[in-house]
Design a protein around this ligand. Structure first.
Ligand code: NAP
Length: 330
């Protein structure tokens, strides 16, 4: 495993980290969750991602029980929670002081820890002044209940406003953002945030590096030496609720899978290596419901060197998702 420092902090996070969305407390047993965390930890993963909204707290309860039972040194791993969607009542949703503080206390209890290493604002809250959220986060940092705080899917403007508020009021500024980043969704990470990496030293814990599995080629089969869409795959694609025109995407993923095959690795590893090649990524949070998948994905840290300029261009030509240069100057 390789480690990258989280933005301008000194915190070393493993390049790959493990998330619990849609799996812990939901689609997998606690035993499997335990196996996944154990495999991850033994491979050097030191960051486990969670949120109050994942299965309405159940995911944190499962992770908390596993962390407690494992007895791994508390100073050898990091755990996160995210605040925003706590429940249906008006006082349980948003980034106002009351919910930020109460959600933190609840996450600490569910995860059975004294402090959260990373605490994220899961989305922006347009009804709460940013300075109120920054002040609440600052209090939690100063009380030792959280170590670092950050945002998830905030606009660059709102992150900059949070920094301005922190500088103006002598508060603690956010140090990391958790955006989606993969071969399909790139614009916010590569364009919108581009100045923040240097200007404020933004660290990133990116989510869905495999585009929720879209890039792994689940729905392909080999036919005559080429990848084609299988019958089962057709059905899966219909149920995945992808936008119209998914056939074009499927062809792209098939072409991508062929590039991966030429390199001798599965498409999932190539997609992860592509994300890791970007130095502005601190850690890529992977989701998996089987140890087979996690075991495979762990190998991606050694695949980055396969991404030569030629391979990168081949991939760009397939997906055509590179944000156009003009947008950088818009
Ligand atoms: N901040 C946010 O708003 C936000 C939003 C979404 C997610 N997240 C975080 O990001 C984490 C990861 O998100 P994600 O689950 O969408 O990540 P992902 O890694 O992009 O996708 C996971 C999917 O890929 C499949 N997969 C993984 N490895 C594979 C392999 N080697 N071969 C074939 N299929 C493979 C998994 O299948 P199996 O399940 O069958 O293994 C699963 O369906 C979440 O757990 C959560 O912590 C954050």
């Amino acid at each position: 495993m390789n480690y990258r420092t989280l933005g301008r902090t000194g915190l070393p996070l493993s390049e790959l980290s493990l998330g619990s969305w849609r799996t812990f407390g939901e689609s997998i047993s606690e035993e499997t969750a335990d196996e996944l965390m154990t495999m991850a930890y033994e491979a050097g993963i030191n960051f486990f991602d969670n949120a109050e909204v994942y299965m309405a707290g159940e995911s944190e309860l499962v992770m908390g029980r596993i962390l407690k039972a494992k007895g791994w040194r508390r100073d050898s791993w990091c755990v996160s929670s995210k605040v925003f969607w706590g429940g249906n009542e008006p006082t349980r949703k948003g980034l106002f002081r009351k919910h930020v503080i109460e959600a933190c206390h609840q996450a600490l209890e569910r995860l059975q820890v004294d402090y959260l290493d990373l605490y994220f604002c899961h989305r922006p809250d347009l009804n709460t002044p940013i300075v109120e959220t920054v002040a609440a986060m600052t209090d939690l940092v100063r009380q030792g209940k959280i170590l670092y705080w950050g945002t998830s899917e905030w606009t660059a403007r709102d992150i900059a406003l949070a920094h301005a508020a922190a500088a103006r009021e002598n508060l603690v500024a956010p140090v990391m953002e958790q955006p989606q980043y993969n071969l399909i969704t790139r614009e916010r990470f590569e364009v919108d945030y581009s100045r923040l990496y240097d200007e404020v030293g933004l660290g990133t814990t990116v989510w869905s590096p495999l585009s929720r599995g879209e890039l792994v080629g689940h729905y392909l089969e080999e036919n005559g030496g080429k990848f084609v869409v299988s019958k089962q795959g057709e059905q899966w694609l219909q149920s995945a609720g992808l936008p119209p025109g998914y056939e074009a995407r499927v062809k792209q993923v098939a072409a991508f899978a062929n590039v991966a095959r030429e390199l001798g690795i599965p498409p999932a590893r190539l997609a992860l290596a592509w994300v890791l090649k970007n130095p502005n990524v601190t850690t890529a949070i992977v989701g998996a419901s089987s140890t087979n998948h996690l075991e495979e994905n762990l190998k991606a840290v050694d695949d980055v060197s396969l991404l030569t300029e030629t391979v990168m261009e081949q991939i760009e030509t397939i997906f055509q998702t590179r944000p156009i240069a003009e947008e950088v100057f818009r």
